[in-house]
Design a protein around this ligand. Structure first.
Ligand code: UDP
Length: 320
């Protein structure tokens, strides 16, 4: 296939580009480098099946032309990272809602398949763990900026499903759970690269809140393999899928594991949420995916476990 990846110079997008090329596909990348980096795709430039344009998805004539050139669109361009979302709420909402709106509008003209990267953040504060795709979402009030991210991605999901229902545009929605691996910078608040950098520098690890909140981490190669399999599975069209890993860990324990595996002497510091983000910040207490829908359709089985994930991220930061 010839795949257009919006956000293809980002962390997940660049791994997706690499994997598609490995499988023999052609890749076009559209990225405005807002959070992505040209370094992420520098090693792909020599491949004649790879091309890229540095511009925004909001450049509609360009977007329309790039969609025409591809068979499938992986729409990954978005504002991500809780820190970014809290600090730049206008940018987050506008980028996420408008970007998806124009991608769907132009894909619809030629009925090109669109795989949309959504997020586990949409489940919000729900206590109904593990999260099933059809479960209710539980979000906080609009005065708490964090929930703007979940809402913006939910609007993307609603719009994509509406295009499928009303106009028969083929779409697939993938809710990514905490995805980690090389090239994720931690600049926008992601916990694992932040902890690893702190541990390697001998600085204190900053655990927000009391650290009892939990997450389940997925290695980026497992995520991109699932995205590719979904794009190639006609029965996925019109559906929402979780992509993640079931190994749940508290953030406090994660800090301990990072310190141990990095053989670091760093202490662990607990920082109140109000200080880490903003007054009244609400976190998600737990976040674990139910993967049965994805397993049943594409035989998904994540291959990289947590200790291996942490070791690979340590290795990445040691070498960069
Ligand atoms: N977190 C932390 N220290 C950090 C960054 C994040 O304790 O330096 C916590 C954060 O409060 C959350 C979890 O780690 O409970 C995961 O945060 P991240 O921003 O990676 O992703 P989220 O799951 O919140 O989208």
């Amino acid at each position: 296939m010839r795949a257009l990846i919006t956000g293809g110079a980002g962390f997940v997008g660049s791994h997706l580009a690499e994997r598609l090329l490995e499988f023999g596909h052609e890749v076009l990348v559209l990225d405005n480098l807002s959070t992505g980096s040209i370094d992420n795709i520098a090693h792909l430039k020599g491949d004649r099946r790879f091309s890229y344009v540095i511009d925004s998805v909001t450049n509609e004539p360009l977007l329309a032309e790039m969609i025409d050139r591809g068979d499938v669109v992986f729409h990954l361009a978005a504002a991500v990272g809780v820190k970014l979302i809290v600090e730049q709420p206008v940018h987050t909402i506008e980028t996420n809602v408008h970007g998806t709106e124009v991608v769907l509008k132009h894909a619809n003209k030629k009925k090109k398949l669109v795989v949309i990267a959504s997020t586990s953040e949409v489940y919000g504060k729900s206590a109904d763990v593990p999260f099933r795709e059809a479960a209710d979402v539980v979000l906080g009030p609009s005065v708490k900026h964090r929930w703007a991210y979940a809402c913006s991605k939910l609007i993307d999901e609603f719009l994509a499903l509406a295009y499928w229902k009303e106009k028969k545009l083929p779409i697939v929605i993938a809710r990514l759970f905490n995805t980690v691996g090389p090239r994720q910078t931690g600049q926008y608040g992601m916990v694992l690269p932040t902890f690893v950098r702190q541990a390697l520098a001998g600085h204190p690890l900053t655990v927000f809140g009391d650290g009892t909140q939990s997450r389940s981490f997925t290695y980026v190669s497992d995520v991109v393999d699932a995205l590719i399999a979904l794009a190639q599975e006609p029965r996925a069209v019109g559906h929402v899928f979780n992509i993640g890993n079931v190994g749940e860990i508290s953030i406090r324990d994660l800090a301990g594991r990072v310190v141990a595996l990095a053989r670091s002497a760093s202490p662990i510091h607990f920082i109140p949420y109000d200080e880490a983000y903003e007054a009244g910040f609400e976190d998600m207490p737990r976040r674990v995916p139910d993967l049965s829908k994805l397993k049943a359709l594409i035989g998904y089985e994540p291959k990289v476990g947590l200790d291996e994930i942490i070791c690979r991220v340590i290795e990445y930061f040691r070498n960069s």
